[in-house]
Design a binder for this molecule. Structure first.
Ligand code: SF4
Length: 267
């Protein structure tokens, strides 16, 4: 069979499920469908695996609409109906909440994402979906690790399998081995209707993550495989050669909030 981007995503999602034990017999898996390339790729890969997998699990998509005026769900719903994929759209007024409660120094999109996740978790717990699949890919894992190291002084990334903060839901991230480039190509192959949110906070997309992303692209160009190595490093931690056995409150010189780093404002 031809190794198309979609087939590659299916294979790597299958590997992640096997390596980390992400899905078990009888699971009810809710895919958080944002309408972007990553969640479309994830949903259709899981759907394909559902057909062939030796374990039986339920699958459906859930979309949180952050605000009617900033997000159009019709194309997404129409596509899922055409492909007979179960879908639930939850209408929120998150953008208004962000507008009202945003505090100085908080990234509005990160705040918005937290609120959306809260709605997702509440819905999953109420409806008995025991696992929530999020569309974070390899690049997200590595970028998060670097962001935390560079800006927060902590070694903290993402986990492919973890309990959510509210302790009620289990979060899985089956795209852990899939690069963003591959999800882009996969979504194109699937001809997925990409739906993106847009609101007055959209400018916040130009923030630290964009900077880290471009820095990683430069590193990858000079050191091919660097991103995969960084991901692998998250699973090969040598505590004896770190400060973890000794450090409690290490002194550090933190830059003032709002200070510029290569033209990128800290948020
Ligand atoms: S642009 Fe940001 S704040 Fe606005 S809806 Fe999208 S994620 Fe939320």
């Amino acid at each position: 069979m031809k190794n198309t981007p979609f087939r590659k995503v299916i294979r790597l999602v299958g590997k992640a499920i096997g390596d980390f034990g992400l899905i078990e017999d009888g699971d009810r898996v809710q895919v958080a469908l944002s309408g972007g390339k990553d969640s479309w790729s994830l949903l259709y890969a899981l759907r394909e695996l559902q057909r062939k997998a030796p374990v039986r699990f339920e699958l459906a998509a859930v979309t949180i609409n952050p605000g009617k005026s900033v997000f159009e769900t019709d194309p997404l719903v129409a596509r899922l109906a055409h492909d007979r994929v179960g879908c639930h759209v939850i209408q929120g007024n998150i953008v208004q909440v962000v507008d009202q409660y945003l505090t100085e120094g908080t990234n509005p999109c990160a705040f918005c994402a937290r609120l959306r996740r809260g709605m997702l978790y509440t819905y999953a717990a109420r409806e008995g979906w025991n696992k929530i699949a999020l569309g974070h890919h390899l690049d997200d894992f590595v970028e998060t690790l670097l962001l935390n190291m560079l800006f927060n002084g902590t070694i903290k990334g993402m986990s492919p399998l973890m309990k959510a903060d509210d302790q009620r839901n289990i979060i899985i991230r089956p795209l852990v081995f899939v690069t963003e480039e591959t999800t882009r190509a996969c979504a194109r192959e699937l001809d997925a209707p990409i739906v993106e949110c847009s609101c007055s906070f959209d400018e916040s997309r130009i923030h630290r993550r964009v900077w880290v992303k471009s820095m990683l692209a430069r590193i990858e160009a000079e050191v091919p495989g660097a991103k995969s190595n960084l991901l692998a490093a998250m699973g090969r931690v040598h505590h004896r050669h770190l400060l973890t056995a000794w450090a409690r409150d290490l002194p550090s010189e933190q830059p003032e909030r709002g200070e510029q780093v290569r033209g990128i404002t800290h948020r």
